[in-house]
Design a protein. Structure first.
Length: 158
């Protein structure tokens, strides 16, 4: 066993808003697994991590990539490591980039909130892997967030 490794290249969309003066992050409920997840995309062969983020956000939220949201030009954080990632049975070479995504029009935010599978969650819920109402996160989310420290558990309480 051992020598064979797979490459995993992921792009994570960090979509946030302030709600009652507290920071919240957009999570989506997977109808099959009943787990919360971020919008995470596997980078395609000739695609940048930023392009992956744009593609996945537009597809997942049914948004116009040219006018409904803006993905930061540079990643909030890039991370490369070798580990056994949740959902994989062996160690992988992992490259992951986290991009801030701004949804800047009220009608677009309303459209996202009308979709029943979207939820605004706190930093603490993400880091702990479970929401206050008992919904679990896909294990990849708290794993990547805690490994990168791109979101700190205390951010939503300030």
């Amino acid at each position: 066993m051992g020598g064979f490794m797979i490459d995993v290249s992921l792009s994570v969309a960090l979509i946030r808003k302030t709600y009652n003066e507290k920071l919240r992050w957009l999570a989506r409920l997977d109808p099959t697994t009943k787990q919360l997840n971020f919008i995470i995309g596997e980078r395609l062969e000739d695609e940048s991590f930023r392009e992956t983020t744009i593609r996945e956000v537009a597809w997942a939220l049914w948004l116009d990539r040219k006018r409904d949201f803006l993905v930061s030009n540079m990643a909030q954080m890039n991370l490369e490591f070798v580990d056994r990632v949740p959902g994989h049975f062996q160690k992988s070479r992992v490259a992951v980039s986290f991009f801030n995504v701004e949804v800047y029009r009220k009608d677009v935010i309303s459209k996202i909130e009308r979709q029943g599978d979207n939820f605004w969650v706190t930093s603490d819920e993400i880091c702990n892997g479970i929401s206050q109402c008992g919904r679990r996160f896909d294990p990849i989310v708290p794993y990547l967030i805690n490994r990168s420290s791109v979101i700190q558990y205390w951010e939503s309480s300030q």
